[in-house]
Design a protein around this ligand. Sequence first.
Ligand code: GUN
Ligand code: ZN
Length: 428
Amino acid sequence: MALNLLLGQTLYFKGDPFQKPWQEVTNHCQDGAVLIDAGHIRAVGQRTKLLADFPEAKVNDYGNDLIIPGFVDAHVHYPQTAIIASWGKRLIDWLNSYTFPEEMRLSNPTYADEVANRYLDIALAHGTTTMASYCTTAPASVNSYFEAAKTRGMRVIGGKTCMDRNAPVGLIDTAERAYDESKYLIDKWHGKGRAIYAITPRFSPTSTPEQLHILGALWSERPECLMQTHLSEQAEEMTWVQDLFPSARDYLDTYEQHGLLGARGVYGHSIHLKPREIDKLAEVGASVVHCPTSNTFIGSGLFDLMGLAKAQVGLGLASDIGGGSSFSMLRTMAAAYEVAQLQGVAIHPAQLLWLATEGSAKALHLKNVIGNLKPGVEADLCVLNLNSTSAIDQRVENANNFWESLFPTIMMGDDRAVRQVWVAGKAV
Ligand code: GUN
Ligand code: ZN
């Protein structure tokens, strides 16, 4: 395969900007270059040097654009693509009114194919090259998702959503079916090409203890899989969990009791955590995923990013489509900034960008696989135009340094800022 040399500004991370000063762990190069060889990054450096070292490479000159890793969306529901921006409900009503009826429609494999392809095209147009998506309870919806990703060469994570109560009859499975179908789908997809399987109990209110237990057993049989679920998103949901699991110490305990807590566990939302839950998540090395546009859109609350970072809990960032209000990880970073401001903290643009790339990759156990510009990492890249609209452009004119020229795109950018996306070393 031909070598490709991408020229532009480059930015990569040498560490976690929530654990070390951002100045120590970021590398920005004004005259940078990234060399891609056979789907992987082979070198990152000064453009003059890489041009001289690899004269045979095909040059892709992006001028002053910023080359970064493709965005990683650590929690999304692709089946909810068509119901994004549905008005006026809080979580439980929103699930019953909009989400479950739409997820039921994906029992038709033709419609599931259509939505999976539509979702991945929209995600790529926004610079998102990897996502961890819930599918529906229908196994065909998992096939649609992984097939659509395979066609595009994308590294994606997904799993059949398991629910055996508190959802419409047409959408629920049973404990046994959840086990059998998940196992079948793991064998069919996990580790095939770039696909990764996540065992996916939706959340405690829609699983009986029997279903949680059998999925915990499946995870212990297949520990190489991820496990994704929801945790402590909204007050009414938490009261419901307490009623359904009276003997549980807290919400996390409803998973812990059934073998669904571990390092490869990824817990979406995690807003209203108790100290025991935070300590436990940190102790086992699990990750939580911040979904800021969803948390404001559905009115769930303010995620304690700095508190969880301080407690050394793994952190990812996500759109949570369709509870989230944007497919764009730029809009998602902007919302994360605003949610932190409401708590008296200004997140640095380096921290925001890390969350949307290497942070989410790490939360999904894909550090050094995707999410950074480093030799050996898979070549999923996003090229950002930092002057994509007149409003952004006039602000950038007054920027005093690189971070000031990037921040307006983080706060005001969207798919118009995405100049080009590369997936597995190929321009999309
Ligand atoms: N909790 C359980 N299911 C869902 C879902 O689909 N979206 C959100 N935001 N929260 C949930
Ligand atoms: Zn969700």
